[in-house]
Design a binder for this molecule. Structure first.
Ligand SMILES: Nc1ncnc2c1ncn2[C@@H]1O[C@H](COP(=O)(O)OP(=O)(O)OP(=O)(O)O)[C@@H](O)[C@H]1O
Ligand SMILES: [Mg+2]
Length: 229
């Protein structure tokens, strides 16, 4: 069964002078155990659609369902805390906290004992290729690509069943991109998570199990690939 379902979802931004129809009637199903890539031109509604799936925004029309229940009937704060992790296009790190504290933050929120939380964060940071010597530094002393990887580690420390990532490899070289894709694919295929990645990178889309293409706020195609690549 799909863990997340979008049914005819639409979202418009109201600005002072105009209405921008960012998402216009998107229907899609997302299952556990698969990696999804959402691609499409700049401005086609990818980030907006992701924020609806994340429960950060509420659709103007249509419904998002989590586990078969309409998001409108769920506590969205609890949904975000317990079930979904988001890797933002602009990282959204906490700049007054160290790298380690950033990565451990989702577990602090869940009241996990500090030592246990820090140990889990350390493991994720090492897996994404950061060095122990960087763990006590503040994020703004790291390169863009290193900050991006801290954001990825933070999302993965949470251990959520749904991982939503907006351009997670936008600032990474090919070696790091390959490593991140290996990690995200393992999460989906071995741990049964649902991973949804917005990306412009053809390599990332190539390594996804399902590729959804958006154009002008709508889905223009959905392509399912062979899982064994
Ligand atoms: N806060 C906002 N207020 C008004 N319009 C917005 C706002 N955010 C996005 N939009 C508009 O909504 C549409 C979809 O934007 P969105 O950010 O979802 O696109 P995207 O596919 O993620 O693009 P990119 O690849 O450049 O990140 C665009 O036309 C954009 O200008
Ligand atoms: Mg975007």
């Amino acid at each position: 069964m799909a863990v997340l379902t979008a049914r005819e979802v639409a979202y418009a931004y109201q600005t002072r002078y105009q209405t921008v129809q960012a998402v216009a009637g998107v229907s899609a199903e997302f299952e556990q155990g698969l990696v999804y890539a959402i691609t499409g031109p700049s401005g086609s509604g990818k980030t907006t659609f992701l924020s609806l799936l994340a429960g950060l925004d509420v659709p103007n029309a249509g419904v998002i369902e989590y586990g078969g229940k309409s998001m409108a009937s769920l506590d969205r704060d609890l949904y975000r805390l317990d079930h979904v992790s988001v890797i933002y296009q602009s990282y959204n790190l906490f700049y007054h906290l160290t790298v380690l504290e950033n990565a451990a933050y989702p577990l602090y929120l869940r009241k996990t004992p500090r030592q246990e939380a820090d140990a889990a964060a350390r493991e994720q940071l090492q897996a994404i290729g950061l060095q122990e010597s960087q763990f006590r530094r503040l994020p703004n002393t790291l390169s863009g690509g290193e900050q991006q990887r801290v954001a990825i580690a933070r999302a993965l420390t949470a251990g959520s069943e749904i991982v939503l990532a907006d351009e997670p490899t936008g600032n990474l070289d090919s070696t790091n991109t390959e490593n991140i894709m290996d990690i995200l694919r393992t999460l989906a295929h071995d741990k049964g998570r649902c991973v949804i990645i917005v990306t412009h990178d053809p390599y990332v889309a190539e390594r996804a199990d399902v590729v959804l293409r958006m154009r002008d706020g709508a889905l223009s195609s959905v392509e399912r690939r062979d899982k064994e690549q």
